[in-house]
Design a protein around this ligand. Structure first.
Ligand code: SAM
Length: 237
């Protein structure tokens, strides 16, 4: 075997996000617009001058490590959830997390760029990133070059059809209480996450089975009914 180059990359920042576990994170960015996160630049990159000019852009590309998959091996062929877990495609034809190099790529809306206690942050909206995700690089999104209007979307040409979500009376009042306490729009956040139906395909036919998704400091209990998805209650961790 010839000697091909390999590289060592360093983390430039860490994601702080509302998603505390993989289950429930949307499958791409921009689907759950209510989700909030922030990127913290770490030393020696925690300097505002590295971000000078970035506030003139609305979105950035974030290259990151799928750090919660590092112990799992990559596979040549994977089953995209979008195909109901029934069909296999080549790993490089998908956005699967189990890749030879576990690198993810998301285009994310940015907000405030600021310094707080000698730390440098960028607010992010609609990210599909787990809390604690290590970031390798960020670059501005360039609409003229990065948006290709008549491109082909393969097995995922459009977003999936969202499902109807209903809140039980208990969940509704718990969300209102949470919102008053924390000043966070958790009702819309929960609705946007659950309407994507995050269940893996092998559970997608199961009705009335309870699922839990951890957001911030709470676990959202929900289940599928015949014609909708229902938020049952929220439990503090
Ligand atoms: N937009 C990125 C891409 O295309 O490379 C990620 C797509 S991947 C299909 C999205 C999934 O990655 C999420 O649903 C979540 O389960 C998973 N994920 C997000 N952050 C992760 C992390 N740090 N480690 C492992 N899995 C992660």
């Amino acid at each position: 075997m010839p000697d091909y180059p390999s590289f060592t990359l360093s983390t430039i920042g860490i994601i702080h996000s509302c998603y505390k576990e993989k289950f429930g994170i949307p499958r791409q960015p921009g689907l759950v617009t209510e989700s909030t996160a922030r990127l913290e630049l770490i030393p020696p990159y925690n300097r505002l001058d590295t971000l000078e000019g970035l506030s003139n852009f609305s979105h950035i590309w974030v290259q990151f490590i799928f750090h919660a998959c590092l112990t799992e091996k990559w596979k040549a062929k994977v089953r995209p959830p979008r195909l109901g877990g029934k069909e296999k495609l080549g790993v490089f034809s998908t956005r699967a997390t189990h890749r030879p190099n576990p690198i993810g790529l998301s285009v994310i809306k940015i907000g405030r760029i600021y310094q707080e206690d000698k730390k440098v942050f960028i607010d992010l909206y609609g990210a599909d990133l787990l809390d604690g995700t290590p970031v390798l690089d960020i670059k501005p999104y360039l609409p003229y070059a990065d948006s290709i209007p008549n491109s082909k979307g393969g097995f995922a040409p459009t977003p999936t059809q969202t499902k109807n979500v209903l809140f039980s009376a208990e969940a509704k009042s718990q969300c209102e209480h949470y919102e008053n306490l924390h000043n966070r729009e958790i009702t819309t956040l929960i609705k946007q996450i659950i309407e994507q139906d995050p269940r893996p395909s092998y559970l997608s036919e199961q009705i009335d089975r309870e699922h839990g998704i951890t957001l911030w400091d709470v676990n959202i209990k929900w289940c599928a009914r015949n014609d909708h998805l229902e938020i049952l209650r929220i439990e503090y961790k």
